[in-house]
Design a protein around this ligand. Sequence first.
Ligand code: AMP
Ligand code: MG
Length: 351
Amino acid sequence: MHALKTGLIRPAFILLIAILIGLSGCTRTPQEFKNKILAFGTIVDITLYDVSEEQAKKAIQSIEADLKYMHYAYHPWKQGPMGRVNMLLAMNSSFTANPILVDLISQAKELSIKSQGLFNPAIGKLVALWGFHQDERPPDPPPEAAQIEKLLAELPGMQSIAIDNFNMNNTHPQLKLDLGGIAKGYALDMIMQTLPSFNIQNAIINAGGDLKAIGNHGDRPWRVGIRNPRGKGVIASLNVKPGESVFTSGDYERFFNHAGRRYHHILDPRSGYPAEGLVSVTVVHHNAATADAASTALFVAGEKWPEIASAMGVQDVMVIDAQGRTQFTPSMHKRVDFIVAPKEVIERKLP
Ligand code: AMP
Ligand code: MG
């Protein structure tokens, strides 16, 4: 009798333990790690989902080191790799470029040509004339019209740079690269590619409102906000699909006021002055460098933004114009949820 009892109880006990172990495996809540670092002149929020603490620590260390290095390497005015490439470009003869910059400059060239020169990273001298090349712009008045005219008379474009493998040659005497309109996007593309090697499949990195995601946030997509360009907080939110990036260019990011006028950092290469007509442009695209360059280009394009969006191959765009209206491509309209009721909504089909 006793032997029979223990004979039955033991398998039942083992089964119970097995079920408990199984259940604990099923109900394990995936861990989320958040971290803030300072890079690219902004606070970068990193969220890693379903990772161990050890993986997260290693990944965050690596992300921080890479972002800081890329910010230094791409900085047009520091004596780093980009500073040296700019020095060599100014010599107007063939040279071997630092490999860390070749792909970035190639992508910048391609996107600039697609944007019909509205995204034009070759206008570093114009950016410097306006004083937007410094972290803190001095409280100077806008530049003299004559100085702007002088630069416009011989405005360089990316087509002046020939790229062959690691060799580069620039034929334009006034060309100076400022990759500020694309570097952050390119850096996020690079960083996100490193995450699977830390066994991270679900993450979002948000660099001051510009972001890229991989995977999901558990059983839901990553959800992000679109900043209110004329007030605090966010005006709308949207779900980000795995691998997508969201980039916004706005006149509120870097600006100064002079004689009752706002002068911001996105310059129209056609006029030499800050671009007019729009307040903010948000672009969603799987490639962050494209989203970044396109948000800058569309901002410059003003009311003609659908034409440039189409030329640059971007579909999902949201624009706030100077009249406070919200303009959308139809595909973007479908995926955005308003938090603050919009003044007026306009759908713009791409040509
Ligand atoms: P973003 O915030 O991405 O729109 O980039 C703005 C930055 O890009 C500025 O701070 C400048 O460094 C640079 N920039 C300004 N105007 C242009 C332009 N038309 N094309 C390319 N880069 C620009
Ligand atoms: Mg940009």
